[in-house]
Design a protein around this ligand. Structure first.
Ligand SMILES: [Zn+2]
Length: 360
């Protein structure tokens, strides 16, 4: 005769009675410590399948249940009565397979997130009609306009630059804005819109440097990087929702999606692609690719200067610590293109030089 100790709950009162479940090959009996036998229907005996360490609940078809923490005893009961092994022991028995399956699922999800999603986003982005891209650009521009001022560059100069840029490559809309704390910068807002800050126009010492920036942005526009980012983020959010089951938290992320992800998250690979596009176009236009390297270096220097000014005049608002902050501040102050993302300027200049070496 085998037995496990546990507690009998009769299904009426919440308080249980200490009891023993005994069994042999032919019979099962439950006896409380008070000596009361409880009638047990072996045919309806069911054993819950908890994980090791969790109490096991055994029921007999009625209201009552017997709860025990004796995991080994319960396994013995299963064996004697030829019940299905519990989930815990099944997991334990097939542990290598479980681990392999879990690893496979994780690998598949990672593959989907890091290769599948970007590949799909790249395809989908190219199918977005220009009218839709233009609508996205409009929304992004209006969100950005909350932080920007109208351009103070003379309209004639803006028109002159626009004509110059467009003569080297078409885009539907070119915008100019005074960017304030964002400083010298430019940004692509989808396939149809490129925006320059006044500060960038003033920083450049030649129109060729500005054209180099324009080509870089045109690369983002033609390669549909903003649209790709939107598709990527949407796909990742869907995956996140499926994995976490928390649509509320994911919904909150979605609210900030267009501005934060559509613009700021230009990845390393997108920047490289846009730089390569710009260099190709400069060479095609019989201009030196070094114009791109030059303006990149000026941009970096101007942002470092700007950080210095902000650090020394800042009154520590937002709880920022001016002394330790300068490394990050070009990132946090610049949701626009340059310096807001890697690769570092040094690496990008090295790339331009390597392309120069090719054509020499
Ligand atoms: Zn860029």
């Amino acid at each position: 005769m085998n037995e496990v100790r546990g507690t009998w709950f009769d299904g009426g009162r919440s308080k249980g009675n200490p009891a023993r479940l005994r069994w042999s090959n032919v019979a099962v009996a439950l006896i409380t410590d008070e000596g009361l036998p409880v009638s047990v229907d072996r045919e309806n005996l069911q054993v819950s399948s908890p994980l090791p360490g969790a109490p096991t609940r055994i029921t007999f078809g009625g209201k009552g249940s017997f709860v025990t923490g004796d995991f080994t005893g319960v396994e013995k009961l299963r064996e004697t009565l030829a019940l299905n092994p519990g989930l815990a022991s099944r997991v334990e028995r097939h542990m290598p397979m479980v681990v392999a399956a879990a690893a496979l699922v994780i690998a598949m999800l990672a593959g989907l997130a890091f290769w599948g999603v970007p590949a799909l986003a790249a395809r989908l982005a190219l199918t977005v009609p220009e009218e839709i891209s233009a609508q996205v650009s409009g929304v992004l521009m209006s969100q950005l306009d909350a932080f920007l001022e109208p351009s103070s560059i003379a309209p004639e100069r803006r028109e002159e630059l626009e004509r110059y840029f467009l003569s080297h490559g078409e885009v539907a809309t070119i915008e100019f804005r005074e960017a304030g704390i964002f400083g010298a910068n430019a940004v692509t807002l989808g396939a149809t819109m490129i925006a320059f800050s006044d500060e960038l126009v003033e920083l450049a010492e030649s129109d060729e440097e500005l054209l180099a920036v324009y080509f870089h942005e045109l690369g983002h526009a033609r390669l549909r990087h903003v649209e790709q980012n939107v598709f990527r983020s949407a796909a990742w959010l869907v995956m996140l929702t499926v994995l976490t089951g928390d649509i509320g938290a994911v919904g909150e992320l979605l609210v900030g999606l267009p501005l934060s992800v559509g613009l700021a998250a230009n990845s390393r690979e997108f920047e490289r692609e846009a730089d390569a596009f710009a260099v190709d176009r400069l060479i095609e236009a019989d201009l030196s690719p070094m114009h791109l390297a030059t303006i990149l270096q000026k941009l970096e220097a101007s942002h470092l200067r700007q950080d210095d000014v902000e650090d020394s005049t800042g009154d520590g608002d937002n709880g920022r610590n001016p002394a330790t902050d300068s490394e990050e501040s070009s990132i946090s102050y610049s949701p626009l293109d340059y310096l807001s993302s890697h690769p570092p300027t040094e690496e990008r200049v090295a790339y331009v030089r390597s392309r120069m070496a090719e054509i020499d």
